[in-house]
Design a protein around this ligand. Structure first.
Ligand code: TYD
Ligand code: MG
Length: 454
């Protein structure tokens, strides 16, 4: 193919490309940010270089088991898919103050036993990091702190020193001097990240990058950052609660949707080995509007408390609010409750809250949320030792859920006595489970409510 080049104008702030020059960037609204560039299209490679040998049969490619480094924090290792893979790039992201720097520094203690670490900090001074490391009891001799914000200088340092692992806290503080926009802008983040990645992949050095989130909850900087890295981890949690949930949203080396649960304390983040117990302890007793939900988080069933509150609307349109549960799903549930199950919520405000900062987006939680709302509407208490799960369809039917056996074993482990499940799941339940737990199969929302209410 012939090589074609044409002039384009690229915004130095957001990366917007235009065919002609504008005083104001149509992409981000920045003034005087468009600069002229040559865009080369076509294949510049000599055709004779491309031979049929450059494609491999899958069966001919030898199997290499990836080498992994362990963080020593089992919840973090789990989220990474069983440790950090050599040569991989991970991005860890979350709100400010949620604990990103803390968990990385804590992981350095065990990483330091396996390799040499370069901790690049553009946000904190070496003294601040030392103070924090003392508090976290991190005393590894294999950790070097490097306060550098110039990406090119950092890459040079990596090439000569060849550390075993590079931690970058954060990618938004890194910049390339040739690019005129300020550090943290989309172009800077994208270019710095790709330069670092090229260096790391070439040297086979794993990198962990911290990425800030912006107001919308997205990782600040281009979405392309999430596409090019191997693993993306999100730290979630309410700032005023001490619980933190680390979630893998992308992982080329393991399962996604695995979560790790932590608690922030005086000595940093501590693992919570039994999250279900933590999430359902402290439930109010004999109060309407509370029902336990069972959601699968990766390979683990997790129990949490779903709370519902239904009150008369003051005036105008009724309010609907959901915390930790999808708002649109709540609207659908309310519509089904009205039209198919005969619970009138049209002039009622409805609030749903999943306690503990957990975000549930599994259809199996539908039934518990609906039961919590009905319980509040009717002022009828749900049995403390009962739990329900099932997906609610638009016809008001309760549909089967996946991995029912695993959920039931968790329910048993936490000492519940009654478990209300979709009728269609009943055929797969072992006699053993049936003997130790009062398992009731139901087809409608009303049946479910009768089975769990006192
Ligand atoms: P940090 O890891 O600095 O957050 P990020 O890097 O995500 O911005 O966490 C800072 C918060 O954690 C801060 O509000 C104080 C709290 N914290 C503790 O409660 N205990 C501790 O031992 C540490 C190190 C931090
Ligand atoms: Mg930090």
């Amino acid at each position: 193919m012939a090589i074609k080049s044409k002039t384009i104008y690229v915004c130095s702030s957001c990366g917007f490309e235009a065919a002609k020059w504008y005083g104001q960037c149509p992409g981000c609204g920045e003034w005087n940010s468009l600069t002229e560039k040559m865009k080369i299209s076509g294949n510049s490679q000599n055709k004779s270089n491309i031979t049929i040998e450059s494609a491999y049969k899958l069966s001919e490619i030898s199997h290499i088991k990836e080498h992994r480094y362990y963080t020593g924090i089992s919840e973090l290792d789990r989220v990474l898919g069983g440790g950090l893979v050599k040569g991989s790039i991970a991005l860890i992201s979350g709100d400010p103050g949620i604990g990103k720097s803390t968990i990385l520094l804590q992981a350095c203690e065990n990483f330091g036993r396996q390799l040499s670490i370069l901790y690049v900090s553009g946000e904190e001074s070496p003294h601040q990091l030392k103070l924090r490391a003392d508090r976290l009891k991190v005393s590894t001799g294999n950790l070097k702190i490097f306060c550098e914000t110039d990406t090119e200088r950092l890459c040079e340092y990596i090439k000569t020193e060849k550390p075993g692992l590079v931690i970058i806290d954060s990618i938004q503080t890194m910049s390339i001097s040739e690019i005129s926009s300020s550090a943290g802008s989309i172009t800077q983040v994208r270019e710095s990240a790709s330069l670092l990645m090229r260096t790391a992949k070439y040297e086979d050095i794993p990198i962990i990058m911290v990425g800030h989130v912006n107001k919308d909850g997205n990782i600040a900087g281009p979405k392309v950052l999430e596409h090019i890295v191997d693993t993306v981890l999100y730290f979630e949690g309410e700032r005023n609660l001490s619980y933190r949930i680390l979630r893998a949203v992308k992982n080329r080396y393991g399962s996604t949707n695995e979560i790790g649960v932590f608690e922030m304390g005086e000595n940093g983040l501590a693992e919570v080995p039994n999250p279900s117990l933590m999430l359902i302890s402290g439930r109010p007793k004999n109060v309407p509007g509370s029902c336990v939900v069972c959601a699968m988080e990766g390979s683990r069933p997790i129990l949490a408390e779903a709370q519902g509150l239904v009150t008369q609307t003051g005036f105008g349109t009724p309010r609907r609010m959901a915390t930790g549960f999808d708002y649109n799903r709540l609207s659908m549930l309310i519509a089904v409750l009205e039209k198919r199950a005969g619970y009138f919520l049209g002039n009622m405000d409805c609030y749903v809250n999943i306690v503990g900062g957990l975000k549930i987006d599994e259809p199996a939680a539908d039934l518990s949320v609906a039961l919590a709302l009905i319980s509040s509407l009717k002022d009828a208490v749900i049995r403390e030792d009962a739990i329900a799960f099932g997906e609610i369809g638009l016809a008001g039917e309760i549909r089967a859920v996946s991995t029912c056996e695993q959920r039931i074993s968790e329910v048993l482990r936490l000492g519940f006595k009654r478990c209300v499940i979709p009728q269609n799941n009943m055929k797969n339940i072992s006699n053993n489970a049936k003997n130790s737990l009062d398992i009731i199969g139901i087809k409608t929302i009303r049946d479910a409510f009768d089975a769990v209410s006192i």
